[in-house]
Write a protein of this length. Structure first.
Lengths: 202, 205
């Protein structure tokens, strides 16, 4: 009897197809994704049953951390430059072109306006440590927050206000924010939440 | 004479150029592709955050509203207390008799039971509307429009939400959720009054 010869198969696989798939997926992710924006503080939003999505653009983002520090940010680099110029004008601070440029790259900030110059001179990783991120003053004595929002609204009327606050943020802080917004006639705004299902609805 | 020697060596392949395989090993390229995919998947926000839209009356309107007193029988005041407690009372002080302050919580068996009972008529109407929507295939727009009409009913209870200084943002969101669940269309977030604090103080809080 002749021996059965086992045919040797090559172990090399044609990778072309797999390569196609990989790059197809890559293209998909690149086109559909919007990158995570870095936030100066970690905020745990409370859950709610509301399921309206927030739009991507034209947002005035207000971030409140658990200790009540207020952070502020708008989108659009051009708008940011305009905003800081206006704000500097209101508080008699002149910002140089380099400072304006630096400011336009910051997503969200939380410093009083008189400290903005030293804040902008810091390195980006030093900005978010608690010592430097003091929060925007928002009390009745010195309400810079109100001015930020008012000027931002002045630049682009379509801006929507979105407040993102931590679960444990004390209510008086929120009340003060809402009061400030009410003072400048901003009565419609969004509160960011995470999703939860409705337990035994109805 | 090396040329001759070469010719002798390659005599068999004379005139033929060496055929190179056109196959390229794609494995590293696949590696690269998947690496980038992984990066993009980790660096993207997959879900947009949810939002809750609220519209508060502007300051001058609030004063107007205060003047035209809300009918006491329909008014419900909810006080957000500390440690996730809620207190509520109906109406206001009448003939020197204080309304009873009742304690509740944010669970489905807490304040929701009370609000559902209070808002029973509207709840039934909304439920019927939802059934009608499913059987008659009402469009979403139509549904929303009719729902707004129902929950804006003049006879429906009016809820005043007042947070004490000890309550948190989560409490506010939770109570606004309850408003949505109980289909309460008329509610307002207000500042706490001395009267409310007095009621709380009487309860020893």
């Amino acid at each position: 009897m002749p021996k059965v010869k086992i045919k040797r198969k090559s172990t090399a696989i044609d990778m072309t197809a797999m390569c196609d798939v990989a790059f197809l997926l890559l293209t998909f992710f690149m086109l559909t994704s919007n990158l995570i924006q870095k936030e100066p503080v970690v905020v745990n939003t409370p859950a709610s049953i509301s399921d309206i999505k927030i739009p991507d653009r034209n947002i005035i983002a207000i971030l409140v951390d658990s200790k009540g520090k207020v952070f502020f940010g708008i989108d659009g680099q051009e708008n940011r430059i305009q905003l800081l110029t206006k704000m500097g004008g209101a508080y008699n601070i002149n910002f140089s072109a380099a400072e304006l440029k630096e400011f336009s790259l910051i997503n969200k900030f939380g410093v009083p306006i008189n400290m903005m110059k030293s804040y902008l001179s810091l390195k980006s990783d030093e900005r978010d440590i608690p010592k430097n991120a003091l929060g925007i003053p928002c009390d009745s004595l010195d309400n810079q927050f109100k001015n930020w929002v008012r000027f931002a609204k002045g630049i682009n009327k379509d801006y929507r206000i979105a407040i993102k606050a931590d679960q444990t943020t004390a209510y008086p802080v929120i009340k003060r924010l809402m009061g400030s917004l009410q003072d400048i006639g901003e009565s419609r705004y969004n509160l960011l939440t995470s999703l939860k299902g409705i337990r035994d609805y109805e | 004479m090396s040329e001759v020697a070469q010719n002798n060596n390659q005599g068999k392949k004379k005139g033929k150029t060496k055929k190179m395989s056109t196959r390229v090993d794609f494995t590293p390229m696949v590696d690269l592709g998947f690496l980038l995919i992984t990066f993009f998947m980790l660096a993207t926000t997959l879900s947009k955050p949810q939002t809750m839209e609220i519209a508060l009356p502007s300051k001058d309107k609030v004063e107007e509203k205060d003047q035209s007193n809300i009918k006491a029988s329909r008014a419900v005041t909810i006080l957000l207390g500390k440690d996730n407690k809620i207190f509520y009372y109906e109406g206001t002080r009448e003939h020197d008799i204080d309304p009873e302050l009742i304690e509740a919580n944010y669970s489905p068996t807490g304040i929701r039971q009370f609000l559902l009972k209070k808002n029973y008529e509207v709840m039934v109407k909304v439920r019927n509307l939802r059934i009608e929507k499913e059987s008659k295939k009402l469009s979403d727009k139509e549904f929303e429009k009719r729902k707004d009409e129902i929950i804006g009913d003049k006879k429906a209870p009016i809820v005043c939400i007042k947070g004490t200084d000890a309550s948190s943002y989560k409490n506010l969101i939770d109570i606004l959720d309850e408003m949505a669940i109980c289909n309460i269309g008329r509610y307002a977030i207000m500042d706490i009054t001395p009267f409310d604090l007095e009621l709380l103080a009487k309860k020893g809080l």
